[in-house]
Structure formats: structure tokens, C-alpha cells
Design a protein around this ligand. Structure first.
Ligand SMILES: C[S@@+](CC[C@H](N)C(=O)[O-])C[C@H]1O[C@@H](n2cnc3c(N)ncnc32)[C@H](O)[C@@H]1O
Length: 339
């Protein structure tokens, strides 16, 4: 836009800019112009500024771009009351954005989808996340913006996984946990990754290369085929033996190993009696469960009693992420004693 300015030699630009700022005479919504060895500072009005500050001129100035929003909700021109129900957080899986919206926003979900699509730089499609269901923990998603399907490649801890958010379980909220377990593995350990899904634990372990044998087991054929597709893209992928089977079929024939991961938070407990015999003395179990916050301290005792055989020591217990207003996904790590 056209407006008044103050033309000053570049060498005096900063000094005059400060003076104008202090006098509230600088227009901060317009860009400073460069003219050879001079700068033209946009000013509020043709004020009678001291002549030694610079030469009064009239110029075309470009606007300063408004700062990028730091929150997707800033992209929605809604009343504060309407915004009150908008969730603050959302998940990003590859180029897919997933958000859980309350029923009060059902009629405005497409607007939220568009806001997220423009806010998340890599977003291709936005899905309303309707939660995971059934024994295979498949996610129900409904497209609210963007195009294409639910298959993507997700980057995590320097790895790229094949993921289909609708056909096989995957949560980006477990990234630190995958890394944490992989870091614990000692050279030569044999590992079972039970209920492996698309294989994030196994893939991390295989990439690190210390485990001597990794067996990844899942009953969902689509999870298994996604894991196999990722496996095929890495030279070290062959370090994982992928088994498509229910754990109840796999465990009775399984030999002992030094580490077992069992991430089936709502039902895993029922498999613990048959998991326990597969853990060698001094071997460890990483067991995941959704635990009411009030039971965090005492829950380990209940898990040990479900292991039935062997003596167990709780060596670690931590919250992986909040699950609901009153519960968390909790990781319990037990070690089997020598006897
Ligand atoms: C919560 S997901 C965990 C996936 C993976 N461990 C991860 O961290 O991303 C649970 C997985 O257990 C599998 N599952 C459920 N019941 C099973 C069973 N009886 N035997 C084998 N896998 C099972 C599901 O198919 C699903 O992939």
C-alpha cells in the first residue's frame, strides 16, 4: 500500500528505526524498503519529525505477513464458545492426521478437517478417529478432509514403517516406548514380540542388531503383511522371523527366550499364564496395560499373580501415555529370578 516513509542512509537505519518505535511512529504492518544505499521506513503519518531523522517521502510498501498460527484452532474463525469443544491435540501418522472430535462438533467436522489439512505441513488426508475395535484393535476412521486412502509410510526413530491406520493397529504415541525397549536389549538376546502389529518394536530391535533372534507374532494378516513389506525394504529386515498366528497357538510350542514384549493392553492379561514359561531365568517381560490411575501403585501384584509360574521382580513401571481422564497406558517390566 502507498504511504508516508522516512528515507535514511542504511548506516543510520537501526538508530532511526528505534527512534520511530519509541515515538510510536513506525508502521510494523508494512515492510521496510531497500533503495540502494538507503532504507525507507514506513511511518504512521506525515508527522513533523525532526529533519535530521531522515527525508520525508511517499512510497508503495509491501505488507508484513501475519505470523503463522501455532495452533490449528487459530485457523478456525469460530466464537470462543464454539472453540471450547475443539481438542487441542491430534495424531500424525505419515501424511495422515487423526483427530477425535466430540459429538457436539459432528456438524462442523469438515471445517476442522480443512483447518488441520492447511495447518499440518505434510497432511494429505484428515480422519475423524472413532477408536480401535475388536481383538485386532483396528481403527475406525472417517475421512473429514483431503484425499486418498489410509495406507502411508510413517517415520519414527529414523525408521520408516508401512502403516494402514484402518487395517492394522499403529499408534505414533508409542515412539519413545519402542526406543526405550530396544535400548534395553543386550547382545545375543532372543526376543518374542507378541501381538507385534506392524512391528515397530521388532523393527527397532532388528535395526539395532544386538538381538540374536527376533520372533514377531500377530494374528492380523494385514498387520503381518505390512510388517513384511517394511522388512523387505531394509537389509537387516531378515533378522525378524514373522509369524502369522494367534499367540495361543504360538506359545505352547515356543522355547524360552530372554525377553518378551506383550502389548495387548485390554486382553493381554489372559495370555500371561502361557507367556511365563517362555521366559528364561533372568529374562524380562515388558507387559502393557491400561491401568486406572488410582491402581498404578498396587497393580503389579495382580499382574504377577497372573504369571502363575516363576518368581518375578518388578524392575520398572512407567506411564507410556494418558489413555483417558482417569487411566494411563502403563508399561510393567518384570524379571524372572534364577530359580
Ligand atoms: C495394541 S496392538 C499392538 C501392536 C504393536 N505391538 C505396537 O506396539 O504397535 C495389539 C495387536 O495384537 C494383535 N492381536 C490381538 N489378539 C491377538 C492374538 N490372540 N494373537 C496374536 N495377535 C493378537 C492385534 O492384531 C494387534 O495388532
Amino acid at each position: 500500500m502507498k504511504g508516508p516513509g522516512l528515507r535514511v542512509p542504511r548506516s543510520r537505519g537501526e538508530e532511526v528505526r528505534r527512534r520511530l518505535l519509541a515515538a510510536a511512529e513506525l508502521r510494523r504492518d508494512l515492510q521496510i524498503l531497500k533503495e540502494g544505499e538507503f532504507l525507507v521506513l514506513p511511518i504512521v503519518r506525515e508527522a513533523s519529525l525532526p529533519a535530521e531523522w531522515g527525508e520525508a517521502v511517499f512510497r508503495e510498501f509491501a505488507s508484513v505477513a501475519p505470523p503463522a498460527p501455532t495452533d490449528y484452532r487459530e485457523r478456525l474463525e469460530w466464537t470462543p464458545e464454539a472453540k471450547a469443544d475443539l481438542p487441542r491435540s491430534f495424531d500424525i501418522v505419515g501424511d495422515i492426521v487423526l483427530i477425535r472430535l466430540p459429538s457436539s462438533l459432528e456438524s462442523r467436522k469438515e471445517e476442522v478437517g480443512q483447518a488441520l489439512l492447511s495447518f499440518v505441513p505434510a497432511a494429505r488426508i484428515v480422519g475423524q478417529d472413532r477408536g480401535v475395535h475388536g481383538p485386532e484393535r483396528r481403527r475406525q476412521v472417517e475421512r473429514i478432509a483431503g484425499t486418498g486412502g489410509w495406507h502411508t509410510r510413517h517415520r519414527e526413530n529414523g525408521l520408516e514403517f508401512e502403516v494402514d491406520v484402518e487395517r492394522a493397529y499403529f499408534s505414533p504415541r508409542l515412539a519413545r516406548e519402542h526406543e526405550r525397549v530396544a535400548a534395553e536389549v543386550q547382545r545375543g538376546e532372543r526376543v518374542y514380540d507378541l501381538c507385534c502389529g506392524v512391528g515397530p518394536f521388532s523393527l527397532m530391535l532388528a535395526r539395532d542388531g544386538r538381538a540374536s533372534h527376533i520372533t514377531a507374532v500377530d494374528s492380523n494378516p494385514e498387520a503381518v503383511s505390512l510388517l513384511r513389506a517394511t522388512q523387505a525394504r531394509y537389509a537387516w529386515g531378515s533378522r525378524i522371523e514373522v509369524v502369522e498366528a494367534p499367540v495361543e497357538q504360538f506359545l505352547p510350542h515356543a522355547g524360552a527366550v530372554e525377553r518378551v514384549i506383550l502389548n495387548l493392553p485390554h486382553e493381554g492379561i489372559k495370555y500371561l499364564p502361557s507367556v511365563a514359561p517362555t521366559i528364561a531365568p533372568r529374562g524380562r517381560l515388558h507387559y502393557y496395560e491400561v491401568t486406572p490411575r488410582v491402581e498404578f501403585e498396587r497393580r503389579a501384584e495382580g499382574v504377577v499373580s497372573a504369571l502363575v509360574t516363576g518368581d518375578w521382580t518388578l524392575v520398572d513401571r512407567h506411564v507410556v501415555h494418558p489413555y483417558s481422564p482417569t487411566s494411563d497406558l502403563v508399561a510393567f517390566v518384570f524379571e524372572r529370578s534364577e530359580r
